[in-house]
Design a protein around this ligand. Structure first.
Ligand code: ZN
Length: 195
């Protein structure tokens, strides 16, 4: 069975969940999440931080149904959430934004076990304190991921794509689910075959 990564298209606007962008200071982590940042590499434990709540100031500037924020979170429109729920596509926890009911943050409900020896990624400069890699290259290989037999839900592997700012949450799914998204004319998305 073919699977596809759901790749967010480039966005015209910058959006942030855990950070904010002010004319004076530039982009910085919101104060309330400071305790979730690694003292050494400054990366934030995204799962823990977001579980602590999303700031009342956060809104999304976009016309797409699917997008990534500049701090690596996938956001989906209300319309995409309803489409996935109508079609019983699971694997996603939807976190609402207190100030914006058009969008929600899509987090994986659980991550699929991924074999580090077969993952085929380059992982550079692990942090001596939190252990996260400063940067990774390439996508996890499909053969390294424990994919269920009928992979029609949305999935994240347990090995994440990291950049200097943090991790990029990325989902993949089956060709059947891609067909649903295509026929629903979901915007902001490209489909890249997994290998
Ligand atoms: Zn660290």
């Amino acid at each position: 069975m073919n699977c596809f990564w759901l790749i967010p298209e480039d966005q015209r606007f910058n959006n942030w969940i855990l950070h904010h962008d002010s004319p004076d200071v530039g982009v910085s982590l919101r104060e309330r999440y400071a305790s979730y940042a690694c003292k050494k590499c400054k990366k934030v434990d995204e799962e823990a931080a977001i579980a602590d709540g999303i700031d009342r100031e956060v809104t999304i500037q976009s016309k797409s149904d699917f997008l990534t924020t500049d701090d690596g979170f996938i956001c989906v429109s209300q319309r995409l959430k309803e489409l996935l729920e109508d079609q019983s596509v699971q694997g996603v926890r939807y976190l609402s934004l207190p100030a914006d009911d058009r969008y929600m943050v899509a987090m994986p409900s659980s991550c699929l076990d991924t074999n580090l020896e077969k993952v085929g990624m380059e992982c550079h400069r692990p942090c001596p304190v939190c252990g996260r890699y400063r940067e990774t290259c390439f996508f996890p290989s499909l053969q390294s991921i424990a994919v269920p037999e009928e992979p029609n839900d949305l999935y994240c592997p347990s090995v994440f794509i990291e950049n200097t700012g943090g991790r990029q949450f990325l989902f993949f799914t089956s060709e059947d689910t891609v067909r649903i998204l295509r026929s629903g004319k979901i915007s902001g998305l490209e489909y890249r075959k997994t290998y």
